[in-house]
Ligand binder design. Structure first.
Ligand SMILES: [Mn+2]
Length: 309
């Protein structure tokens, strides 16, 4: 049996949808495959997504994890893998768009490695449907899942990381699923409502820890919202939640409707790092980027910056 899974602490819509859609595809190719995650779902897996009648499989007594082989999506740093992955030699495939671990996996000839700096893993999964000539298997529900993964991870196709492949995948998915383009707003609004309902859980389900050695503090939070106003009103609450990690932290509030990132920090060293990195000044605890950046883009920028010093 093959288990398709992702990260251990939380998964987002890119991983969630990618796992479901890839499982569906490989099953149609006759493989014995199941989708399992023991991680929490972050706020990108919102009510609009949960209303879709597709989900991951559950572990039951018939699930034989010990003999399984693994496919891992949307993560390639081994310490971040779902806890059910205990042996790298059982991994047969890794598909990710976070860079940094390409050379680590080179010595594992058992692994089909696909790491590309592209907008979304869901784009790669969509392309696999094309490659295997299985586009007829893309039901409107699967199209919606893949669309949400791409739209979320590319900031509605406006993030710098967005490639032509992401755009084409979205256009195809809208068309194949007969989905109106206004569905993107329906999706993002559902995420925003979930965040507003429980800010603390939303933040904690999307915090990256151990960003060290990358010219960044150890704790890096991020939220993606349609509109920032109701969130920035709660700046004090965000600071309190981030302070609970007892480490220097930085927080990236990505706002879709004005296209900006609001970088929040209350620590002098971190503020100086961010000011150097972006050549911009904090005003109190907030530094505003004129064009939004995703955390993975900021991490890459910080990593390159550090190595150029
Ligand atoms: Mn992703």
């Amino acid at each position: 049996m093959i288990i398709i899974t992702s990260g251990k602490r939380y998964i987002d819509i890119d991983a969630y949808s990618g796992i479901i859609a890839y499982t569906h595809l490989l099953k149609s190719l006759g493989k014995d495959v199941t989708s399992i995650s023991t991680a929490k779902f972050n706020e990108s897996i919102c009510p609009v997504i949960k209303d879709i009648n597709l989900s991951l499989d559950t572990i039951d007594k018939n699930t034989t994890i010990n003999n399984a082989e693994f496919i891992i999506l949307d993560v390639s740093s081994p310490e971040m893998f779902d806890k059910i992955v205990k042996d790298n030699n059982k991994i047969i495939e890794i598909i990710d768009h976070h860079t940094g671990y390409e050379s680590y996996w080179k010595s594992y000839s058992n692994i089909n490695l696909e790491i590309e700096f592209i907008g979304s893993v869901c784009t790669i999964i969509f392309e696999k449907y094309q490659k295997y000539n299985k586009l007829d298997l893309l039901t409107p529900d699967i199209c919606k899942l893949l669309l949400a993964g791409i739209l979320d991870n590319t900031l509605n196709l406006k993030a710098n990381i967005t490639t032509q492949r992401d755009i084409e995948a979205c256009n195809n998915l809208y068309k194949i699923g007969k989905i109106d383009k206004s569905w993107a707003d329906t999706y993002f609004l559902s995420c925003q409502k979930l965040i507003e309902k429980d800010l603390e859980t939303s933040i904690k389900n999307d915090v990256k820890i151990k960003c060290k050695d990358k010219y960044l503090p150890d704790v890096f939070g991020q939220l993606l919202v349609l509109n920032k106003d109701s969130i920035l009103e709660k700046e004090d609450e965000i600071i309190k939640i981030m302070n609970s990690y007892n480490e220097p932290w930085v927080f990236n509030l990505v706002c879709l409707d004005d296209g900006k990132s609001y970088i929040i920090s209350n620590d002098d060293t971190t503020k100086k790092q961010m000011e150097t990195l972006f050549n911009k000044k904090f005003k109190n605890n907030i530094l505003i980027l004129d064009h939004f950046l995703l955390r993975k883009e900021i991490m890459k920028k910080a990593y390159n910056f550090k190595n150029s010093q």
